[in-house]
Design a protein around this ligand. Structure first.
Ligand code: DQQ
Length: 583
């Protein structure tokens, strides 16, 4: 009798378990955690990333409201829960992490539900208020398709994951005024708190063809006043300005500071995204809080002289101050380079960059340095090193022994004969075009890495450097050439490029590349020049991917130091890509 009762209980438990498997465990106690098995992408193509953030499936674009709150990092993101393409019905996806690398997917934090956000819930930011409570301001696309700003607060502050968010009863708290077009008024920034006790935010906008960042002030975060000194930042002939960001950076060291810090030991950074160019530009300058003005060191020119976070794909970025580790962290959306049909077939689109620590380059004082957060190094596994190896003109060397489709590589090149660099007048030259059009062989360079390369080299992405001599200095050209990245047609294979100054002492150039199946994030010169690309090789996938160091210049260079690591897969709540062997 007792035995059969136990048997019934066991069978019941087994039945419940099997039912839960079928239902995706939605009835388990932690009901707000998305079960990745339920969202299995039918066929896991080789382009799904292994340590970059992606939702379980469907469309993702901008990172939203990143923050650290009581031991937990939060990432919200623009997400279409019902398709691998953009459309109406965009929600705020939500995931949490203890280390910014391994993530737990939660239910959507904010979804269209009210007249003021019924079409979509677009981008915005989180702010930690003076009493320590977080608040989100986001853009709602209302029933008239006007863009209005709304607030959302955590429902239960004792929930460590802040799973549920409630919308403020006074929404919308800001509606478009004469300073912005009703359908181009969006993406409120994180707020900063002025010495006068008022909160300030900027909102991206367009008026005529002018891209604007509009400043608002509030004493209580609910009632907002349009500042007289507007626009806070404006550029002509750019179209709409999206996802503006504004934050201080220390003039010394790599530590970050809270968004509200104003002192003689900080400078300020204004970042704007222009939809027309699909690039994020940043400006370092001086914030005159009394006059509510930002004086940028340089004006936007629309040329290659403008400073960008990344010279490849990286858009709608957002930074936050991580007070746990005193650093400022930057996230950016890295979109696909394949077609909409490819995305529908894959069942997903969009990845987030590896979070980057960002600080002011203390050497120049006028540009930023970005570097993958240190936590990513926890994924480093098997290591291959090359030290002090000469790479003669026209030579190539395989870095073998690691999974080259999932790797982290750091290399320091030494240029013994820097003075032999070819003289070149670079004025007015577009580096991106130069990367595509310069002869395949130069004097110093191109040298660098061939990533995601097939054995026969028919497929490869070249991340390379050349060095030129101008009248008064040495100038480097960093390129990421996707033109041979895949045998597949119909992909965006644009080549990216930018110039940077080369030191003659020491005469070295460094490169770090994070390779993750369909994304290559490259950091030149210790993170002073960054370039991200999306590629979809046909041959160079999984264990068939190779990694090479090459030198196509006529002068020899030296691999002073090279370290390559196979990267373990991060726990990002999605099904592991087991079609290849990892480290
Ligand atoms: N993406 C959001 C907008 C933002 C744009 C919509 C930038 O709020 O301006 O998904 O990529």
């Amino acid at each position: 009798m007792e035995i059969s009762a136990t048997l019934v209980l066991v069978l019941l438990a087994l039945f419940t378990f099997l039912q839960n498997v079928a239902n995706g465990f939605d009835s388990w106690p932690h009901t707000n955690t998305i079960n990745p098995f339920k969202y299995r992408v039918p066929e896991n193509p080789p382009y799904r990333t292994s340590y970059h953030f992606q939702p379980p499936q469907n469309w993702m674009n901008d990172p939203n409201g990143p923050m650290y709150y009581k031991g937990v990092y939060h990432l919200f993101y623009q997400h279409n829960p019902s398709a691998a393409t953009f459309g109406d019905g965009i929600v705020w996806g939500h995931s949490v992490s203890y280390d910014l690398i391994n993530w737990i997917h939660l239910n959507n934090a904010i979804e269209p539900s009210e007249a003021y956000d019924i079409i979509s819930c677009w981008s915005g930011s989180a702010t930690i208020l003076l009493d320590g409570k977080p608040v989100i301001m986001y853009t709602g696309i209302d029933h008239n398709r006007h863009q209005v700003q709304n607030l959302a607060m955590p429902k239960n502050l004792s929930d460590p994951f802040l799973r549920e968010w409630v919308k403020h009863t006074q929404n919308p708290v800001i509606i478009p005024s004469e300073v912005a077009e009703v359908d181009n008024f969006r993406d409120p920034s994180t707020a900063w708190h002025g010495k006068d006790g008022k909160w300030r935010i900027i909102i991206g906008a367009q008026k005529g063809d002018q891209g604007r960042a509009i400043l608002y002030q509030s004493e209580d975060f609910v009632n907002w006043k349009l500042e007289d000194a507007n626009p806070f930042y404006a550029t002509d002939n750019t179209g709409v300005c999206e996802c503006p960001d504004f934050y201080p950076v220390s003039i010394n060291g790599t530590n970050g500071v809270d968004s509200s810090v104003e002192s003689s030991s900080v400078r300020h950074v204004a970042k704007v995204g222009y939809l027309r160019m699909a690039h994020d530009y940043y400006f370092v300058g001086k914030y005159l809080s009394d006059e509510e003005r930002f004086i940028a060191d340089a004006k936007f020119t629309g040329t290659s002289l403008d400073l960008r976070y990344d010279y490849g794909k990286f858009y709608a970025s957002k930074s936050f101050f991580d007070y746990a580790k005193n650093r400022r962290i930057l996230w950016g959306w890295v979109n696909e380079s394949d077609s909409e049909k490819d995305d529908i077939d894959k069942g997903w689109a969009g990845v987030q960059s590896i979070p980057r620590q960002v600080w002011l380059d203390n050497k120049s004082g006028n540009r930023l340095v970005q570097w993958p957060i240190e936590e990513v190094e926890k994924l480093r596994s098997k290591n291959i090193s090359i030290n002090g190896e000469k790479l003669g003109g026209g030579s190539i060397l395989e870095v073998s022994g690691i999974t080259a489709s999932q790797a982290d590589i750091e290399v320091l090149f030494e240029i013994p004969e820097l003075e032999n660099a070819e003289s070149f007048d670079l004025s007015g030259v577009d580096p991106q075009l130069l990367c595509s059009n310069a002869p395949r062989s130069g004097i110093i360079g191109p040298f660098g890495l061939l990533a995601l390369a097939s054995k026969d080299l028919r497929e490869h992405t070249a991340i390379s450097f050349r060095v030129y001599k101008t009248s008064n200095k040495y100038v480097g050209l960093m390129c990421s050439d996707q033109s041979r990245s895949s045998l597949q047609n119909g992909l965006d294979k644009t080549t990216y490029g930018t110039f940077f100054d080369v030191d003659s002492n020491p005469r070295t150039i460094s490169l770090r590349s994070l390779i993750d199946h369909s994304i290559i994030e490259s950091f030149g010169e210790g993170g002073r020049v960054c370039m991200s690309s999306r590629v979809y090789p046909k041959l160079a996938t999984g264990n068939e991917a190779h990694l090479y160091v090459f030198n196509n210049g006529t002068m020899s260079i030296l691999i002073s130091k090279l370290n390559a690591w196979c990267m373990k897969e991060a726990e990002i709540g999605h099904v592991k890509n087991m079609s290849y062997k990892t480290c």
